[in-house]
Design a protein around this ligand. Structure first.
Ligand code: FAD
Length: 380
């Protein structure tokens, strides 16, 4: 299969593979790429210094690229700066976030818990702002027992026993969401890989891409699924997201952010070609729906806690952000009655949009690297 175009409707979803490819390539990928560069979406508040609640820290990282780099003060929008300390990074974990910022710089954003996640923001003061553009998701050398143990712990949650073959829709959906995210992470590792340490040469690692992603069609299918699920959450929150205030103190940039968001959630092309990317109304219909939902919420909260065990700082940053993005999508689709009841934290919106952008980029990379693999196979 090797990443060739799939046919028909994405399993458990409502749109064709070919439609998703065209929409992503021609509309969504471009808008998302610009959106995540804006000041509102590029600064993420996160607790990077964490104790793993499940086992002693055994993080083993090979490369300097493991760590999240310091972001210069001049990078911050004025509205983010506190009078005392505007640094945002590693080495100075304490007191770097001025909690009054939320009140002054981000009007209209709430601080309400999400039943699907364990929320860093309300738990601790060790929060820091990270400039995501300066810390791209890529190969870090994090592998071996530590990394394997996290994935094992995630997949061994008993709701994932039967994977994509599970006859229970809700459990299958959960498995596919995680597997799709895993595919995306592997894709970014392969796309931005340290090919030669002695010359610091970075590039596309086609054999890794083939081994971990392309030769497993179901993993690529799960990537499409996760993408459509998150997209549906974004569309369901259209009114909220197009009316929200994206203010960081820079009027021109904030205006652009708003315009891009409206272009994304209000895209006519998207509405026509794929109006309901995932149909959440089909979920939670069985007699044990409430129990099942509570059980899956508990599993997902465990997964958010597992992110504190990721032993490489940059992987932890992106792991936390993307799991939080999935948790936000779950909240929008499964824990809100109608759009009027919807309240999102600023950080949740940043996580949701950055997650979709990562997934969108992965779809592009899957096609590009599948072509590369085909060409290499022809030559050799
Ligand atoms: P792994 O990717 O560790 O996979 C473990 C096992 O899971 C596989 O053997 C397979 O059985 C199964 N599996 C693999 N893919 C899927 C899938 N899509 N669906 C279902 N099952 C699957 N490394 C970096 O270099 N950069 C990063 O940014 C980074 N971020 C990470 C974030 C998190 C949250 C975690 C847990 C790890 C991260 N890592 C990162 C490590 C990376 O994901 C791998 O664990 C590492 O590269 C070793 O890969 P592996 O070949 O052993 O397989």
């Amino acid at each position: 299969q090797s990443g060739q175009a799939f046919e028909g409707v994405v399993e458990d979803c409502c749109c064709d593979y070919s439609t998703v490819d065209a929409l992503n390539k021609e509309v969504l990928h471009l808008v998302l790429q610009e959106l995540v560069k804006t000041p509102f979406f590029r600064y993420y508040k996160v607790k990077l210094w964490c104790d793993c609640p499940f086992w002693p820290d055994d993080g083993m990282c090979q490369l300097r690229d493991c760590s999240v780099c310091e972001c210069p003060e001049s990078e911050f929008p004025a509205a983010f700066r506190s009078s005392e300390d505007a640094s945002c990074q590693e080495g100075r974990p304490e007191g770097v976030v001025d909690r009054t910022l939320d009140a002054t710089a981000f009007h209209g954003w709430v601080d309400k818990d999400n039943p699907w996640t364990i929320d860093d923001e309300t738990e601790s003061g060790d929060l820091t702002y990270v400039n995501l553009l300066l810390n791209p998701e890529k190969y870090t050398g994090y592998k071996g027992e530590s990394a394997r143990r996290i994935w094992e712990a995630i997949y061994s949650q008993n709701c994932f026993e039967n994977g994509e073959k599970d006859s229970c829709t809700e459990r299958r959906v959960f498995y596919r969401l995680i597997s799709g995210l895993h595919t995306s992470i592997s894709t970014h590792i392969a796309a931005d890989y340290l090919m030669d340490e002695s010359t610091n040469l970075w590039g596309r690692n086609t054999s890794l891409m083939h081994d971990r992603v392309l030769r497993h069609p179901e993993r690529v299918q799960n990537l499409y699924f996760t993408y459509l699920f998150v997209l549906r959450a974004l569309l369901k929150a259209e009114k909220y997201l197009s009316e929200a205030e994206y203010s960081t103190g820079n009027d021109a940039e904030d205006h652009l952010t708003h315009k891009l968001m409206v272009a994304l959630v209000g895209s006519e092309r998207l509405r026509t070609a794929c109006p309901i990317p995932f149909d959440e109304a089909k979920m939670w219909r069985g007699p044990d729906a409430d129990d099942l939902k509570q059980q899956l919420q508990k599993h997902f909260r465990n997964i958010t806690a597992l992110m504190d065990c990721v032993g490489c700082e940059k992987c932890r940053l992106w792991g936390k952000l993307q799991i939080s993005g999935l948790g936000t999508a779950l909240k929008i689709l499964f824990s809100v009655d109608g759009e009027n009841g919807l309240d999102l934290q600023r950080n949740e919106v940043i996580a949701l949009v950055n997650l979709l952008s990562r997934l969108s980029e992965s779809l592009e990379v899957v096609h590009e690297m599948a072509d590369l693999v085909r060409v290499q196979n022809r030559i050799s």
